[in-house]
Design a protein around this ligand. Structure first.
Ligand code: FOL
Length: 206
């Protein structure tokens, strides 16, 4: 199509240190957040669906772009992530061991170009980890961040989200109503609790 594909980042990070990972995995297991992640990254916006019914409709899917380490961190039974076009980044894409339906690219730009050329891609999600978030943020085209802000302190984390979201800076928090319009679903408002975990779903925009 003529429009460039915008990128949306999705991340769960602690509020104090922006920790996102520990020892090659997530620092927590928050079921409600993982369910939110799966739902949101799968949902194809109504505006991406064909306005005219066709005899042989092209299946439209969202895409998820991730680094090689993030791909390997997904439990084998869940990867490639179902119902989404999976793109795995590596400086040496040939070294990625994954099924044939996984797309490989050497960077964000190449990944977006590949997806652009397919013509069956609705929304493009950048799902991490630290290095891929950094590359996506440096590249023009990352305009939104869907953040699960985890309020707990977590020890021993070794991977961090590369941008501070707060009062000052180029990223502004989007009101809850507009967040729900953007993702086309109802989102619980305010701090949620699941066992020891306290977290809030937020949308930020540049
Ligand atoms: N964003 C948010 N909000 N939370 C996350 O946990 C998260 N994780 C990643 C990227 N963005 C995130 C990267 N890590 C799976 C596992 C790890 C992962 C991303 C996804 C995964 O297995 N997802 C399955 C659902 C599994 C389940 O229901 O337990 C999927 O189908 O999406």
């Amino acid at each position: 199509s003529l429009h460039p594909l915008p990128l949306t980042l999705i991340v769960a990070a602690t509020s104090s240190s922006l920790a996102i990972g520990r020892s090659g995995g997530l620092p927590w297991r928050i079921k409600a957040d993982m369910a939110f992640f799966a739902r949101i990254t799968k949902r194809v916006p109504l505006t991406a669906l064909p306005s005219t019914p066709t005899l042989s409709p092209t299946p439209i899917h969202n895409a998820v772009i991730m680094g090689h380490k993030t791909y390997l961190s997904i439990p084998p039974k869940f990867r490639p992530l179902p119902d989404r076009i999976n793109v795995v980044l590596s400086r040496n894409p040939d070294s990625i061991s994954a099924p044939d339906n996984v797309l490989r690219a050497s960077g964000i730009e190449e990944a977006v170009k590949m997806l652009q050329e397919r013509g069956d891609v609705a929304k493009v999600w950048v799902i991490g980890g630290g290095e891929v978030y950094k590359a996506a943020l440096e590249w023009e085209g990352a305009k939104e961040i869907v953040l699960t802000r985890v309020e707990n302190e977590v020890e021993g984390c070794d991977t961090f989200f590369p941008v501070r979201l707060g009062e000052e800076g180029e990223w502004k928090r989007v009101p809850h109503e507009e967040f729900e319009e953007v993702v086309e679903e109802q989102i619980p408002r305010g701090v949620q609790e699941e066992g020891e975990w306290k977290f809030e779903f937020q949308l930020w925009r540049k």
